[in-house]
Design a protein around this ligand. Structure first.
Ligand code: C2E
Ligand code: MG
Ligand code: MG
Ligand code: MG
Length: 291
């Protein structure tokens, strides 16, 4: 009955509230040592330029080599990192790891950047720009070396502050991408108010691109709007050749997804893509890494 359910839920809530803080605390302490023990690692997913069929960037996506649970994707732990005092150390770690990989590409004379995902606090606190300035000097990088992805639904406290900090990051050699565009109730506010170079269309929008004309018109509209604003467009979550064909036809600039390549560990990046002097071309030698 409804009453029984309500009572049951009430019980559950008590049990949850007892359990949750402790779980959070355990995960927090585990993550703290994971960061120190180097259990966290960046995987890299290729981003293809459709104009020249070359890979122009790799997106860095964090993974946790958990000693008991194996390889964990970010949704298991990234919120804890981002909403705790670990964020500061993580941010610095992320920028330095990404910069080190960007340096490897520059050493191979390839115009290939690394794209990182950043949070509101990383941007607004000025830490992103600080970490970038440090990493740039430390790794002797020339611009551009990083792309910075900010999720469309990020709620900045202070849009002027965010604007200035992102401009700072740009002067240090970053292109700014608006991530997951079109995923929520889309607002064009950020696309017009922040110094955005790249509009990155969410994979949920790309998923039904081929069979739903309405979705195709939506994507076409995003591409035309972005181009009118002199932004470039990157489609994420591209899984089929048909989707890629439609995107080419609509004038999309870049594409990313399992069709082009899965996220891969640093070792595979080294073995396949950090050899020779020319940027990797599509189709890639190993779109499906073995991990
Ligand atoms: P995102 O930045 O939108 O990254 C794209 C996600 O889609 C990645 O999941 C990627 O593995 C997955 N993906 C790529 N191509 C395809 C495809 O063709 N089909 C499908 N179904 N999925 C695809 P992942 O690695 O689990 O990352 C999830 C989210 O976690 C990322 O979304 C990003 O928002 C966040 N994240 C990852 N690394 C970091 C980080 O270092 N810092 C922060 N703050 N967030 C991060
Ligand atoms: Mg991203
Ligand atoms: Mg995204
Ligand atoms: Mg996403």
């Amino acid at each position: 009955s409804a009453m029984y359910e309500a009572k049951g839920q009430g019980k559950n809530r008590v049990a949850m509230s007892k359990r949750h803080p402790r779980d959070g605390y355990d995960l927090y302490t585990r993550l703290q040592s994971a960061l120190e023990q180097e259990e966290l690692a960046l995987f890299y997913q290729p981003i293809l330029s459709l104009a020249d069929e070359c890979i122009v960037s790799f997106e860095a996506l964090v993974r946790w080599h958990h000693p008991d649970q194996g390889l964990l994707e970010p949704h298991h732990f990234i919120d804890i990192v981002n909403h705790s005092s670990l964020e500061h150390a993580y941010s610095t770690w992320l920028v330095h790891q990404a910069a080190r990989t960007a340096q490897r590409f520059q050493a191979c004379h390839m115009a290939v950047t690394v794209s990182i995902n950043v949070t509101r606090d990383q941007v607004e606190s000025g830490q992103l720009a600080d970490d970038m300035a440090q990493a740039r000097q430390h790794h002797e990088l020339v611009s551009p070396f990083l792309n910075v992805e900010v999720v469309e639904t990020t709620q900045f406290h202070d849009i002027d502050l965010a604007y200035n900090q992102l401009q700072h990051a740009r002067r240090l050699g970053a292109q700014i991408a608006l991530d997951d565009f079109g995923s929520g109730i889309s607002s064009l506010t950020y696309a017009s108010q922040l110094p955005i170079d790249i509009v990155k269309i969410d994979q949920a929008v790309i998923r039904h691109l081929v069979e739903r004309p309405q979705q195709r018109r939506f994507v076409s509209g995003i591409i035309d709007m972005a181009h009118a604003m002199q932004r470039t467009v990157l489609a994420e979550g591209v899984e089929t050749p048909e989707q890629l064909d439609v995107l080419r036809h609509l004038g999309c600039d870049m594409a990313q997804g399992f069709l082009i390549g899965h996220p891969m560990p640093q070792e595979e990046l080294e073995a396949y893509y950090l050899v020779g002097k020319t940027p990797p071309r599509y189709p890639l030698a190993n779109p499906n890494p073995t991990h």
